[in-house]
Write a protein that binds this ligand. Structure first.
Ligand SMILES: [Zn+2]
Length: 485
């Protein structure tokens, strides 16, 4: 094997522990995930970043379809009158809505909102499509872009335009709608944990944090490596609220006309931010293999010309064997960079496994695998590269999840009084599990004092009678507080 170069041509990243915020922005730029655009608050998804989204889409779409949903597409523009129909909804979104006022030079008679979400337009269509109990349930999902005028933006986490999926379902009974809301929350949990290797807490949002117009909102909440929480997906039980506003009724089995019960649920490109902040380290990204655009990169190592031909020919055979095994592999045969430079770059870009091929490997008909997550090396005979890689990728996926879970467990602390809670949040951030009486005033006061919000009332928390951290009133279970993105 050629000697490893120590040349460091990939610029140093900001320190992940000292300056997480700069580290995050550096990684996005240097790994070529996204770039800033001439439009304020809007980012460009570069191919590598969009590639991650495509894999997320593919995996989540399969889960959404496996639970009986179909995809459709609704218009980007929503007439103002439709949006105005629902008071809470418009009030919730009004400050963030972008409006189309002109077509060419002509002023429109009615302003059109660029969708901040699609309840209004989809509800209007459902009113046309649903007539009988036999038409129910309606289980539709849409992959789309939405726009919310944001004052402070941050790539992937909060951008004016973002990409997402939004599911919108209509049901005969409240029970069915509630069951659907929780079913999709579970789909999100499984997707986050199994595909993205991000452990999450499922739970219910408080009244003050719920979706405008929803009866109940549920979320999955994750812990980022800087100790801040991130809401990674939401599922809303809309009750008959929107059905009453948009007049979505059906004739029930007993002949009565009733309003449908609805749900909506979504995850967005914010999950790319979650991925970066859950797994990254000092060298850059660490991508879970299931969503990595490149799962393995082959770096050929040679110094002399006669070595080059041999090494590249062997590297090509390794590439073909990995493709054959279903691995997304790239052979980095660029001449202008040294192997060491390439190691740095692919580590920065989070490729789960590096394959090193040098003249001595050619002679032995074997290669070296190096894991991105823990740098462990293994020597693999050529005949076994495919099978070994497939199993190694699974191991990397599992290890990333376990590491993130251990980090979250360490980062979750209990407090029974406000002073302890404030100190924990100041010193460690993380989740603080604490009793809360259920009162919105307490919630607001705790937020003012600690900058922490109630992330959710976790479903996995046991019943545990206690006294509210702020005013001592009775609490039924501990809730999760954190400072959040
Ligand atoms: Zn209280």
């Amino acid at each position: 094997m050629a000697e490893e170069t120590t040349q460091k041509t990939v610029d140093d990243l900001a320190d992940v522990t000292d300056d997480f915020s700069s580290w995050y922005l550096d990684v996005i730029q240097k790994a070529q995930l996204a770039d800033y655009s001439p439009v304020r608050g809007c980012i460009v998804f570069r191919p590598y970043g969009f590639g991650i989204w495509e894999h997320m889409q593919r995996l989540l779409d399969a889960r959404i379809k496996a639970t009986g949903h179909e995809n459709a597409y609704f218009p980007l523009l929503i007439p103002e009158s439709l949006l105005q129909k629902e008071a809470d909804h418009i009030e919730g979104f009004a400050p963030q809505v972008a409006w189309v006022t002109h077509g060419g030079d002509a002023e429109l008679e009615e302003r059109l909102a660029i969708r901040p979400t699609s309840e209004a337009i989809i509800g209007t269509m459902y009113a046309k499509w649903i007539d009988s109990w036999r038409d129910l349930p309606v289980l539709i999902n849409q992959w789309a872009n939405v726009m919310r005028w944001e004052k402070v933006t941050r790539p992937f986490l909060r951008t004016t335009e973002f990409l997402w999926q939004e599911g919108h379902t209509a049901h005969r009974t409240a029970e069915e709608a509630h069951e659907e809301t929780l079913k999709m929350l579970e789909v999100y949990r499984a997707f986050a944990e199994e595909d993205l290797a991000i452990p999450v807490h499922k739970g219910q949002k408080t009244e003050s944090e719920k979706f405008p117009g929803a009866e109940r909102t549920y979320s999955i909440e994750a812990l980022m490596r800087d100790g801040k929480a991130l809401q990674a997906g939401t599922s809303h039980d809309l009750g008959t609220h929107f059905a009453q506003v948009y007049d979505i009724t059906f004739q029930d089995q007993d002949g009565e006309r009733r309003h449908v019960h609805q749900t909506s649920w979504g995850v967005s490109t914010r999950l790319i931010g979650a991925l970066i902040m859950s797994h990254g380290d000092d060298q850059g990204l660490r991508l879970p293999p299931r969503v990595a655009p490149v799962q393995a990169v082959i770096v050929p190592i040679y110094r002399k010309d006669e070595e080059k031909a041999q090494v590249l020919a062997f590297a090509e055979r390794v590439r073909a064997a990995l493709v054959e095994a279903g691995v997304r592999v790239k052979l980095d045969d660029r001449d202008q960079h040294t192997p060491g430079w390439k190691y740095n770059e692919w580590e920065l870009r989070g490729v789960p496994v590096r394959v090193e091929v040098g003249p001595r490997d050619v002679a032995k008909e074997s290669v070296v695998f190096v894991r991105r997550d823990d740098r462990a090396k293994s020597f693999v005979p050529f005949a076994e590269v495919g099978a070994t890689m497939v199993s190694l990728l699974e191991q990397v996926q599992d290890a990333l999840f376990e590491r993130a879970r251990a980090f979250r467990e360490e980062g979750t602390r209990r407090a029974d009084d406000l002073a302890t809670m404030a100190a924990l949040l100041r010193e460690h951030k993380g989740f603080v599990s604490a009793p809360w009486c259920g009162d919105a005033e307490c919630e607001a006061a705790i937020k003012a004092e600690t900058m922490a919000t109630i992330r959710n009332l976790p479903h996995d928390a046991p019943e545990e009678p206690g006294a509210c951290v702020r005013d001592g009133r009775p609490s039924r279970q501990r809730v999760l507080f954190a400072r959040a993105y």
